[in-house]
Design a protein around this ligand. Structure first.
Ligand SMILES: [Zn+2]
Length: 217
């Protein structure tokens, strides 16, 4: 069983991925992490990725993404089930992704889309603050009452990451709408899409996903 999980930031897809990986013994493939890993290696490919990401500050081209994904897939036994996290994110990526997966002799069984509204995303992420000193993530309403308090662990100052301000979140959601929704439509046409409502408890979302995976086990 090979799965893809997609969803906007704050949808809780990381938690669901972790739970699914544990339950079905899935290997997690997170392209972002893997690219960073390869970029650290002193190989032609590693140096090329490093150049794009750290020197040019540019997106890694699809040709390289496909090569990296091919290497990753070849490192698993054919029987190993996989969950792909947050990839493909654009139609351009979907093209190389579908090719690399089929060239490895696999197929994608289901694409899980954890859907939450823009308002809910902003609400969830705006609650996230961090301690400037120890970098601990502090959830407003749970770990702290107000951002004016100091860190409960180290008394450091509490700040919001630039990435977590409502304007930046909305900007990222727009990118998701424009770039990733077409990918979701692409898999819907292939009848691989499973949509779950992410605005429920973690357990309910998980139950919803499991119910939809029943027919492929
Ligand atoms: Zn702290």
């Amino acid at each position: 069983m090979n799965l893809v999980i997609l969803g906007p930031q704050g949808s809780g897809k990381d938690t669901q991925t972790e739970m699914l990986a544990k339950k079905f013994n899935l290997e997690r493939v997170n392209m972002g992490n893997f690219l960073r890993e390869v970029a650290k290696q002193d190989t032609p490919l590693g140096r090329e990725i490093y150049q794009y990401q750290n020197v040019a500050g540019a997106m890694v081209p699809s040709r390289i993404l496909k090569e990296v994904l091919g290497i990753k897939l070849a490192s698993f036994s054919r029987e190993q089930s996989i969950i792909f996290e947050g990839v493909p994110r654009t139609m351009d990526q979907a093209e190389y992704f579908d090719k690399a997966v089929s060239e490895s002799g696999r197929k994608i069984d289901k694409v899980i889309y954890v859907n939450i509204s823009e308002e809910e995303t902003v609400k969830r992420i705006s609650k996230r603050w961090i301690c400037e000193k120890c970098k601990k993530v502090l959830i407003k309403g749970k770990d702290i009452k107000s951002e004016k308090e100091s860190c409960p662990d180290c008394q450091g100052k509490i700040i919001q990451r630039i990435d977590d301000t409502p304007e930046v979140i909305r900007k990222r959601l727009k990118v998701f709408q424009n770039e990733t929704i077409p990918v979701i439509e692409h898999y819907k046409k292939q009848e691989k899409l499973t949509e779950v409502n992410g605005e429920q408890t973690i357990e309910k979302v998980f139950e919803g996903i499991l119910a939809k995976l029943k027919d492929i086990e």
